[in-house]
Design a protein around this ligand. Structure first.
Ligand code: AMP
Ligand code: ZN
Length: 432
């Protein structure tokens, strides 16, 4: 039932001691990176400033902007020769935040994923189909190596190509899958098209759902359609990727692996810690990463710690399903998108007006993004051919930036309502 019983059920006092010793190590090697070396000097801190876990509050937060500003190598804390892999956050072809790993960092990460999947019930005898994008995105290779570590037979199917996914599932008798929740729903429509019933015509018993927010209702719906048990998997590239927090068989919150991450929940307005059990922004410090340690990373994800112990016997605390974000990042089909990326691209295209609106919808289990773009009155009442060319250009340009293909509607200048306050850039109509 446990992958590493001693660690997973460790007495909380001992766990805190382990965290403190790992935190001290982390602080010592973080200093070797350009960024933290500079920060320690500016703030007059060093690894010895930390005598208790509480002292972490003396360390400043790290944000995505810090990572971006010190792109590409400003955070590495080892000789570059020691690095063996790079990953990045999903979503942009521009300067995505990049994360580097040593061989040992990867071993630790794979082990965390093995722990997660084992906890949910996956075993050596399982056939595991990984329906996530392989490559820079962490969901592919991360789960892949974790599943191999358990000894399961891994089908590295990658994302998309729905008919082939179904064929693979049936031909090789897949028993466990890793899938983005919105894709699981979409895939169910392809089963329908093929006149197949996933409950009867496949043997999948376990699914890992991750990479994007989804509600309890959506999980239950997926479980109902497929007849499998679906476990919520949370992670972010800055903290390796998946393998940060994961549901146990009780499916009541996700155990966050506190031997590998130091967890804080803060009030995003005051940046002060909230009371135990209160909702706030999740902040994390890596405790076992040598290549690129990150201290007090502001995830911008909103959740709360569930203070009660879980019935499964694991002592690592649980976080609740992610409630939302403190910034305006959108996640569409597992891809992270900031409205600012769209704005920047649009403003570079001649003929495009100043206002735009992003509309997100879910139809037939399929998420779509429509961007309404204002164009000048002259252009709008001009030749249709020209307008169509502009529309196609916008689609192309946006696709090259955000990786997904949006629908684009051109509208006349001043059609999109302008409120008095902050411009509303996004209308999210997606419901379960
Ligand atoms: P990335 O860095 O591209 O892996 O994106 C990480 C972000 O995806 C997180 O900060 C979350 O906002 C979101 N995310 C990942 N997994 C989940 C999940 N299970 N539930 C809700 N949001 C998630
Ligand atoms: Zn549990």
């Amino acid at each position: 039932m446990y992958w590493e019983k001693d660690l997973e059920t460790m007495d909380r006092k001992k766990l805190a001691e382990l965290q403190l010793s790992r935190l001290k190590d982390t602080l010592a090697y973080a200093e070797k990176s350009y960024y933290y070396g500079k920060t320690y000097k500016e703030k007059k801190i060093n690894a010895d400033s930390i005598r208790s876990l509480h002292d972490i509050q003396k360390i400043p937060f790290t944000t995505k902007d810090d990572l971006r500003e010190h792109w590409p190598y400003g955070f590495i804390a080892v000789d570059k020769d020691e690095l063996v892999r790079m990953h990045s956050s999903s979503g942009t072809t521009g300067r995505a935040t990049v994360i580097f790993h040593t061989a040992n960092d990867l071993a630790v990460w794979s082990n965390l994923l093995a722990r997660c999947m084992y906890m949910a019930g996956m075993r050596k005898s399982d056939v595991f189909q990984n329906m996530m994008t392989y490559g820079l995105f962490t969901g592919g290779l991360g789960f892949h190596y974790g599943a191999e570590k358990i000894g399961a037979l891994v089908i590295p199917a990658g994302a998309g190509n729905s008919k082939r996914q179904i064929q693979l599932m049936r031909d090789f008798v897949t028993t466990a899958v890793h899938v983005i929740p919105s894709y699981a729903l979409h895939l169910s429509t392809v089963f329908e098209e093929l006149k197949l019933d996933p409950r009867k015509d496949t043997s999948v018993k376990i699914a890992f759902l991750g990479a994007e927010p989804h509600t309890e209702k959506m999980r239950r719906k997926i479980e109902e359609i497929y007849g499998y048990k679906a476990f919520n998997s949370y992670g972010l590239s800055e903290m390796n990727g998946p393998g940060v927090a994961f549901e146990c068989p009780y499916q009541d919150g996700m155990h966050i692996w506190e031997d590998s991450f130091l967890v804080e929940i803060i009030d995003p307005a005051t940046l002060q810690p909230v009371a135990d059990g209160e909702e706030g922004e999740l902040v994390m410090t890596t405790l076992q990463r040598a290549g690129m340690p990150i201290l007090r990373y502001r995830t911008k994800d909103l959740t709360r710690i569930i203070p009660e112990l879980c019935s499964c016997g694991r002592t690592h605390r649980r976080i609740e399903r992610i409630k939302g974000r403190t910034d305006d990042m959108l996640i569409i089909k597992g891809v992270n998108i900031f409205p600012m990326q769209i704005e920047k691209k649009l403003m570079e295209i001649p003929g495009v007006g100043t206002n735009f609106l992003i509309i997100l919808e879910r139809k037939e289990f399929n998420d779509s993004m429509t961007v309404k773009v204002e164009v000048s009155k002259e252009l709008f009442s001009g030749e249709l051919k020209q307008l169509e060319m502009l529309r196609k250009k916008i689609i192309e340009e946006l696709k090259s930036e955000i990786l997904i293909t949006p629908k684009v509607d051109l509208v006349e200048q001043d059609i999109i309502p302008k409120g008095e306050g902050k411009a509303v850039r996004v209308i999210d109509k997606r419901k379960d």
